[in-house]
Design a protein around this ligand. Structure first.
Ligand SMILES: C[S@@+](CC[C@H](N)C(=O)[O-])C[C@H]1O[C@@H](n2cnc3c(N)ncnc32)[C@H](O)[C@@H]1O
Length: 302
């Protein structure tokens, strides 16, 4: 179920014939809505790091015929992929970060602590770093940093030490067992502590924050004047990266405030369309509880 669908696609202010990029195809729900909004001849370049997502999207978008170009690629390479496929300047870019339901549901991908599978967690099976390597080879300090930063786990040092003591770990169930034994669930906690641990490892394995910073820097150049991008995030660190990027790009000068005169020469490239992030309605959260942490930000190329 695509998250914030009408808010994101509506906020891109699309018109017939517009060429767009979806950097996170997933199940192609947003992509289908973009193609409908740009009918009859708008083209869509769709990227996903996961080849299975590209296959699923190809089936789902077949009815749009040759209006789609679907590629297995990391969105951190969006500018070069776009140039290769004739999308060097587009009207809109959409990024709906994180993970798809089918990835969570596929035990063999290792994303879920509720299903026994290998410790994998890669979006792109060609990538070399897996969760197994992080869990078994990173130092206790490195592991604790990942759990603290990306999982907001306050007991990260204790958990990292327990993981190191339990090595070697090769399955999601083994890891979930260590988490449960180490972090007894507190009565007020709504989510199982393993949720945050698995999220943290997934973010590290796929360098999700690095990829987001890299793609954002390319967006102003990729968009035609008046073109917009929309980013849906599911984690406060991701939202902060998008927020700070937009705050910087709406300003002409980004010198430290104590500089007497501008030395950076920076020129604003964006106008913010959303001040505060847009969040799902209560009705959407009821229908799709996974949407509850979603935040949407939209900006426009000057
Ligand atoms: C939340 S899903 C997208 C759902 C989609 N908007 C829909 O309507 O079904 C996120 C997708 O982004 C992909 N993804 C995550 N990080 C990526 C990256 N850096 N480059 C390309 N794809 C990425 C994941 O493989 C996943 O399929």
């Amino acid at each position: 179920m695509p998250v914030l669908l009408s808010e994101a696609v509506g906020g891109l202010a699309l018109a017939p014939g517009a060429d767009c990029i979806d950097g996170t195809l997933g199940g192609a729900g947003h992509a289908a809505a973009v193609l409908s909004a740009t009918a009859p001849n708008g083209r869509l370049l769709g990227l996903d790091a996961d080849p299975e997502a590209v296959l699923r999207a190809r089936a789902r978008l077949a009815r749009f015929g040759d209006r789609t170009v679907l590629v297995q690629a990391n969105f951190r390479d969006v500018a070069s992929v776009a140039a290769i496929h004739g999308f060097a300047r587009v009207r809109a870019v959409l990024l709906d970060l994180g993970i798809s339901w089918y990835q969570v549901a596929s035990a063999e991908r290792g994303f879920s602590f509720q299903a026994a599978g290998p410790l994998d967690m890669r979006f792109d099976p060609r990538a070399t770093l897996t969760a197994e390597e992080v869990v078994n080879e990173w130092t206790a300090d490195e592991l604790a940093d990942v759990l603290y930063r990306y999982g907001e786990e306050r007991r990260s040092r204790r958990l990292a030490r327990a993981i190191v003591a339990a090595r070697p770990l090769s399955t999601t169930s083994e890891l979930a067992g260590v988490v449960s034994r180490t972090l007894a669930r507190r009565t007020h906690q709504r989510v199982h502590p393993a949720t945050r641990v698995f999220q943290a490892l997934r973010i590290a394995v796929n360098d999700e924050l690095g990829a987001l910073e890299t793609v954002l820097r390319q967006l102003p150049e990729l968009l035609e004047p008046g073109g917009r991008f929309a980013v849906i995030t599911f984690h406060s660190l991701e939202d902060r990266i998008v927020k700070q990027f937009v705050q910087r790009e709406v300003r002409d000068c980004v010198c430290p405030p104590d500089f007497p005169a501008c030395r950076c020469g920076h020129k604003a490239t964006l106008r913010a369309i959303t001040g505060r992030p847009v969040c799902p309605s209560e009705a959407e959260i009821r229908a799709n509880p996974r949407s509850r942490s979603a935040k949407l930000r939209i900006a426009e190329r000057l």
